[in-house]
Design a protein around this ligand. Structure first.
Ligand SMILES: Nc1ncnc2c1ncn2[C@@H]1O[C@H](COP(=O)(O)OP(=O)(O)O)[C@@H](O)[C@H]1O
Ligand SMILES: [Mg+2]
Length: 374
């Protein structure tokens, strides 16, 4: 029995909604994981793109865990908010310290020691180097750590996948992006790169024009969600059948929002009980309370015009509905100008028919608090 299964029988909440989920809790995404592994073996460069909270990091962990079983070395660096070259070196150093398999550690330690740039995965690393010698050069340290996979692959005959999660942050560090791309091209028969980005407007492109496989992670399919959520409630001796469709409709297939709703519903339903409409209402109310601070911050970060467009999309499903323009006092030209900004910020997206707010709970919060429709 898995740990998580036994935990469920003790009544522990089986729905994580913060950060990457444990690999055995990843719903769906097998095709995506297989594609990444296949591209890695073909020596492709890859981009993984999706809005925040769609499960990019969870998928990366899945790839890493499945890769490990097939002898693939996956080194994942979290580059969120990376601020400088030195900061980047530290992130990469930490990633290697965490993800280097035992069998390769001695070689990695040797390669880094020989490079004499103050980078290390054992003992004191680049942070200490920087503290001890203010003249330490982060650029040469960065080169060393970017050359590490190639050297390691050459010596040990391994295939290595370097994952740079939250890669959009690198745009804030001059020099870093082109240097990373340079290294990414160097030894593709042994070292692959996956650039994961959380902003739809920034999809990295290889400066050399070399083709990059792009995987856009979508929402989770309703049937898979239905099955997985039901199974976890059943395993926890709870019956969710009566309200599950409502939950799935409210979650709109958004991975994190659906898990949050399931988590909150679980909290309402005692072991051995059946989920009722009252339980579901309570869960939804709690969800709106939980998202309120972030929703408020999002709204106040927007210009007046952008705020109106967001409200129009939340309420009318388009930034251009005549009624929305009239009710919200939104000039058409303002709507036209503000819309691309909201797209770039990952707040709204165009679908085959109409528009939607990407976060269904933000949309619901707007409708609940600022509704203008009868
Ligand atoms: N495949 C999945 N199965 C179950 N839950 C998921 C899945 N993908 C995302 N989630 C939910 O979304 C949350 C955020 O996932 P995460 O991997 O951190 O997203 P991202 O890296 O895109 O921001 C998780 O805590 C979980 O609630
Ligand atoms: Mg992530």
């Amino acid at each position: 029995m898995h740990l998580s299964e036994s935990a469920m029988m003790d009544g522990a909440n089986p729905f994580e909604f913060d950060g990457p989920v444990p690999v055995d809790h990843v719903i769906d995404r097998q095709r995506e994981a297989d594609a990444i592994e296949a591209w890695t073996r073909e020596g492709q460069l890859m981009v993984l793109a999706a809005p925040r909270r769609y499960g990019k990091t969870s998928l990366i962990h899945k790839v890493s865990s499945e890769g490990k079983r097939n002898g693939l070395v996956v080194v994942t660096a979290d580059l969120f908010g990376v601020a400088s070259l030195a900061d980047l070196v530290l992130r990469l150093e930490r990633a290697w310290a965490q993800y280097t398999p035992e069998r390769l550690r001695p070689t990695v330690v040797k390669i880094l020691a020989a490079a004499r740039a103050g980078v290390s995965i054992s003992g004191s690393g680049f942070a200490v180097t920087m503290a001890d010698s203010p003249a330490a050069d982060p650029l040469s340290a960065l080169r060393v750590i970017l050359e590490l996979p190639t050297q390691l692959a050459q010596r040990e005959g391994e295939r290595i996948l370097i994952v740079l999660d939250e890669f959009q942050s690198v745009a804030g560090v001059p020099e870093a992006e082109s240097l990373i791309w340079q290294h990414a091209h160097q030894h593709l028969d042994a070292v692959s790169y996956l650039f994961s980005v959380g902003r739809p407007d920034i999809v990295p492109e290889s400066p050399s024009g070399r083709p990059v496989e792009t995987l856009r992670l979508g929402r989770l399919p309703v049937t898979e969600l239905h099955e997985a959520i039901k199974k976890r409630f059943v395993a926890g001796n709870r019956d969710v059948a009566g309200v599950l469709d409502g939950l799935l409709t409210a979650g709109e297939g958004h991975p994190q929002r659906t898990m949050l709703l399931a988590h909150l519903l679980w909290q309402e339903v005692h072991m051995g009980a059946q989920a009722t409409d009252d339980h579901w209402e309570a869960a939804l109310t709690m969800a709106l309370r939980l998202v309120a601070p972030e929703a408020q911050a999002t709204m106040s970060g927007l210009s007046a015009g952008q705020r109106k467009v967001l409200r129009a999309v939340a309420e009318y499903g388009t930034p251009m509905a005549a009624r929305a323009l009239r009710t919200l006092g939104l000039p058409k030209t303002t709507a036209q100008k503000a819309t691309p900004h909201l797209v770039a910020a990952g707040l709204i997206e165009e679908m085959s028919r109409g528009w939607r707010v990407i976060d269904p709970l933000l949309a619901r919060w707007i409708r609940t608090n600022y509704g203008t429709r009868a």
